[in-house]
Every structure is written in C-alpha cells, then in structure tokens.
Design a binder for this molecule. Sequence first.
Ligand SMILES: [Zn+2]
Length: 263
Amino acid sequence: MLARFRQWRRDRILARAQIDEREWQRALQRFSFTRELGEADRAHLRELTTLFLHEKRFTAAHGLQLTQAMCLHVAVQACTLILDLGLEYYRGWSEIIIYPAEFVPRHQYVDEAGVVHQGDEPYAGEAWLQGPVILSWADIAGSEYPDGVNVVIHEFAHKLDMLNGSANGFPPLHKGMSREVWSQVFSAAYADFCARVDRGEDTEIDPYAAESPGEFFAVLSEVFFELPQTVYYEYPEVYDQLARFYRTTEVIDQSSEVGPIHG
Ligand SMILES: [Zn+2]
C-alpha cells in the first residue's frame, strides 16, 4: 500500500516537474559517462534527476547566483552514481550547499592528542554524515573533461559510503557480495597505492586517494566513472567490486573502452 502511494506520488512529481528538453540534452552531452548511456538508461536517469531536484534543497552561499542549470549540473552527476541503485541511496539528508569557490570548513576536529583544531585548508567539496553535501562551483563547473577528477562524484560517493556510518571505504554491499572479498581487495589495492605514492610515483589516479580508505573509495569512484579502463587495468579486482556495487557490470563490460589499449 505504502509502495503504491510512493509510486503515485513520484508519478505526480514526474508529470509536473519536467526538465527543459534543451537543458537536459546539454547536461547529457557534458559528461563522458552520460553521453555513452543508451536510451533506456537516459530515460531512467532523467526520472531520477527530476525526483532528485524535487527532493533535495539547493542553497547558494557567499552571494552565488544559483540557476536551474547549475542544480541540474550537480543532479545529473549525482544521479549517475545511483542509476542502478535508486534514490533511496541518498536518504537521510536533503541539502546541497554551493559556494562560488573553495571554502574553509567551519567545523573543528580533535586530533589523537585530544587537541581541538579549527580546519583552515580550503575545500572543493565536503560531505557531512547525515548532513549536507557542500561544493565549490569554481571546482565543479569545469569538471566535464574525463580526467579521473570529479568533485561531485567524489562527494556523492562519500554519501553512499556513509549509509552505514562514517566514510571508511565500506559502503553497504548488495546481496551476493562478500564483505571479506571487498575488504581484502580494497585493503590490498590501498596498501599498494600508498606504497606507490610514497615512492614518488607519478600515478594516473589522484594521490589524494592515499589519504585514507574512505578517500580511496571516493577517488576510485571518480576514476571508475570517468576513466573506467584505468581502474580496470591498475586494480582489476577493485574494478570488479565497484562494478558490482554500482551495478554497472554489463554496461562497462560491453563497452569497447575496456579492452587492450593498443599503441
Ligand atoms: Zn573526500
């Protein structure tokens, strides 16, 4: 009964809150990971994005003039992560705050010695446990080029990770996935990546991934969507786990992008 009511409510929102056709096509063309989607996936992404825009509250900070196109820019990327997961994966929070440029977080943290610090490093994005996602427009506006760096995907991957507590690189897994396998695969890849960064290797994956297992998951998610072949070749078992988690196995495996790189 409740499910039927929810569906009825969603159908009403979808009927009323249409995304402008030209804006939608422009948003789809902007990213490599949305350009490649087939018809059915595009239609599903459009529904999810419409519901996302309806359910989440966008707030501008520091005098930023927020437009519908800017909200769509964030929403279409955020919904790509949950295309095969569902909007419920973004439950428990509702606000997205957008700053014009990098921002200095106002919260404090306590170090191992029990000393309270006020952060003073500027951030391009931040995701709070059961709280808002905060983004810098200057850092997300130019994120179209698929280089494996995407702040929106990064912060929303943290949100998925936080569904079962803090962002520790261990999101809730689906039925049929193994916690042991996930742990082993990610721990081994993380250790290997940290060693490569320590050696000063010039890695294609952003060295920020070596910060913590939580950052490793978020950064590898960025690369998974923007340069899937990089994850596939560098950490094939991580690729497999991410494909299972994001449920993209078929789409990616049939893609000609994943195959031997010639030349
Ligand atoms: Zn992060």
